[in-house]
Ligand binder design. Structure first.
Ligand code: ADP
Ligand code: MG
Length: 604
């Protein structure tokens, strides 16, 4: 037996490096990342990247950094050789992008690599070549100050890896992505990218973050960015987020940097999403470019060979801080969908199809007529005329928030005839410089939800008792869920009691709900409990409020009187954020005069 047992032997150095390379060097973009990070660590202010065939044939990076001394050239290529760490405790507070000392050795083991470098202030340049782990002698040559690294024929000696590479265009896109991230996190440094002799990216050193975003992702996004600036307890968050309407289906425009290092961190992504909660459709992803700066000792970057994962030491503090800062920025922004975007797409469509029809009003399904009750308490003064004019008074319910009443009586509202209902679904309102189209349901839902929340927060949620409880039959599991949440629901103002079998009795609901179709409410609550099972208690109750607000609001297809529309719009104005519905759909689209002029080709 023992005669056939394989013997243990130490691996040859170049095989070790090839194994290490498997972790660090996945494709050309990994080479671009490692080389450019080295240039940045060397204090470069100009970095030029040249690629051939998506980087597979050649990645060439030239920088104007500190350079490498001729006597260090061979060492730079050795594994675990670095100028960025000396003492073990240095690992506790890393401020450079590199520190593992293995990138060059790894790359050299799977390519043909040449380093040419002239140290700053030195008159001579030297170069070294490596192939399959074998170094040449160091030779003197001519070159500008700084370092030039060329990596040819990636994976020429690892066919298995080579087969995994994608088409040129895909590899190029990945390289571009990496370079853009590095450029966004290093204002002050100029970057260029050439592919097969064509210029692909050009970012001058003087461009700030917003200008860099414009260069990389275009004017529409750049023009809409909302600045984020926050500081607390040694944490600084800065950068930009985009308004919810520019959200995407994927996360490719979410860029997180921690102390200037691009990272993929679940905690930060979650905090970002949390900041957008209520402003964004659930399946959509926010767009953000954010840098979190903190003392290097509060973050561990030595988690993964590619260094894109980090471990933040005080996660809770960071999460709360980030979510609050993002939220603050998002709510300050203008959340309405600008008409300009619609006009642009309509014009494009027209150019294609020769038909200029703007399909803004989908036909609404017929529905029962509906009365929006105007919960206005007659004001104890002679000027209370607007409220008196309401078509439906509801004395039992309580007043609209004070600011609204004040606005009404001050005559600060809308001129009569300033708005009109279209297709029983939208309200079109004239503005001094254009008009806006409001989704009546989305707006009413937001108002109801915000009012409910405000009342609950102040602990003064008024209830409307039903003389006869409304009995609603649910499915078995829904009834069980409702029974299990009786107390939580009661704290929201919904008194529900099991009534035998699968029947649930609704005894009262928050008086704030203006359109309580009881059975629908109960079903909506049951559905929220059912679908939100994995949520925390607090989030689950929020979801219940969302659904209840939705069910108890004006629907698409409900005809509204002038007065009802006026009150709805006024109440919207009194809210802090009335521009998206609770689920993040916009409540309004705005057309400015400029948009109209463009649409009518008065201006191009
Ligand atoms: P690390 O970046 O983790 O130190 P690398 O293998 O990437 O490891 O690089 C090894 C060393 O080579 C670096 O520590 C640095 O001293 C030197 N080096 C690499 N690239 C450059 C460059 N562009 N300019 C100056 N020095 C460089
Ligand atoms: Mg490095």
């Amino acid at each position: 037996m023992s005669g056939s047992r394989p013997r243990i032997a130490r691996l040859a150095e170049h095989i070790k490096n090839q194994i290490a390379a498997g972790e660090v060097v996945e494709r050309p973009s990994s080479v671009v990342k490692e080389l450019v990070e080295n240039s940045l660590d060397a204090g470069a202010t100009h970095i030029d990247v040249e690629l051939e065939e998506g980087g597979v044939k050649l990645v060439r990076v030239r920088d104007d950094g500190t350079g490498i001394d001729p006597e260090d050239l061979e060492l730079a290529l050795a594994p675990h050789a670095t100028s960025k760490l000396t003492l073990p405790e240095d690992l506790e507070h890393i401020a450079s992008l590199g520190f593992r000392g293995e990138a060059l050795a790894s790359i050299a083991s799977v390519s043909r690599l040449r380093i040419t470098s002239r140290a700053r202030g030195s008159s001579r340049a030297c170069r070294i070549d490596v192939e399959g782990g074998q170094c040449s002698l160091v030779m003197e040559t001519g070159s500008a100050e700084g370092t030039l690294i060329e990596v040819r024929d990636l994976f020429y000696n690892v066919p298995a890896r080579r087969r995994f590479l994608k088409q040129t265009a895909t590899e190029l896109a990945r390289c571009l992505d990496v370079l853009q991230r590095l450029a966004l996190s290093h204002p002050g440094v100029a970057f260029t990218l050439q592919h097969d002799k064509k210029r692909v990216l050009d970012i001058e050193g003087g461009l700030d973050l917003a200008q860099r975003i414009r260069r990389a992702f275009g004017a529409e996004l750049a023009g809409a960015l909302l600045p984020v600036e926050a500081q607390a307890a040694g944490l600084t968050l800065s950068g930009y987020v985009a308004p919810p309407r520019l959200a995407r289906v994927d996360t490719t425009r979410q860029m997180w940097f921690v102390n200037g290092r691009f990272v993929r961190d679940k905690l930060l992504l979650r905090a970002l999403k949390e900041g957008y909660r209520g402003f964004l459709f659930d399946t959509r992803q926010p767009v953000a470019f954010l840098n979190l700066a903190l003392d290097p000792s509060r973050v561990d970057v030595n988690v993964h060979p590619q260094k894109a994962e980090v471990r933040l030491r005080d996660e809770r503090a960071v999460f709360g801080f980030v979510a609050a800062a993002v939220r603050e920025a998002v709510r300050k922004g203008d959340l309405a969908t600008p008409g300009a975007a619609l006009v642009d797409s309509a014009l494009r469509r027209e150019a294609r199809t020769q038909s200029a029809e703007l399909v803004l009003f989908p036909p609404a399904a017929p529905r029962e007529p509906f009365r929006l009750e105007l919960h206005e308490r007659p004001v104890a003064s002679a000027q209370a005329s607007a409220a008196d004019a309401s078509p439906a008074q509801a004395p039992h319910t309580h007043a609209i928030r004070a600011p609204l009443t004040a606005a009404l009586h001050a005559g600060a509202g809308l001129a009569a005839g300033g708005f009109v209902q279209v297709a029983k679904t939208y309200i079109v309102r004239a503005l001094h410089d254009g008009f806006e189209i409001i989704d009546q349901h989305a707006l009413h839902e937001r108002i109801t939800y915000e009012c409910l929340r405000a009342e609950l927060a102040q602990g003064q949620c008024e209830r409307q008792r039903l003389l006869l409880p409304e009995l609603v039959e649910l499915s078995r599991d829904e009834a069980v869920l409702v029974a299990a949440h009786v107390e939580d629901l009661a704290s929201l103002g919904f008194e529900l009691q099991p009534f035998g079998g699968e029947t649930i009795a609704l005894h009262s609901y928050p008086a704030r709900l203006e359109r309580p179709r009881a059975a629908e409410l109960v079903r909506a609550i049951a559905a929220a409990l059912q679908e939100g099972r994995s949520l925390s208690r607090e989030r689950l109750m929020e979801e219940v409020l969302h659904r209840a607000a939705c069910r108890a609001s004006v629907m698409a297809g409900d005809e509204l009187e002038q007065e009802e529309m006026r009150v709805l719009l006024e109440r919207g104005r009194a809210l802090e954020s009335d521009q998206t519905c609770v689920h993040g759909r916009p409540t309004r689209i705005r057309f400015t005069l400029a948009d109209l002029e463009r649409a009518f080709l008065r201006r191009v």
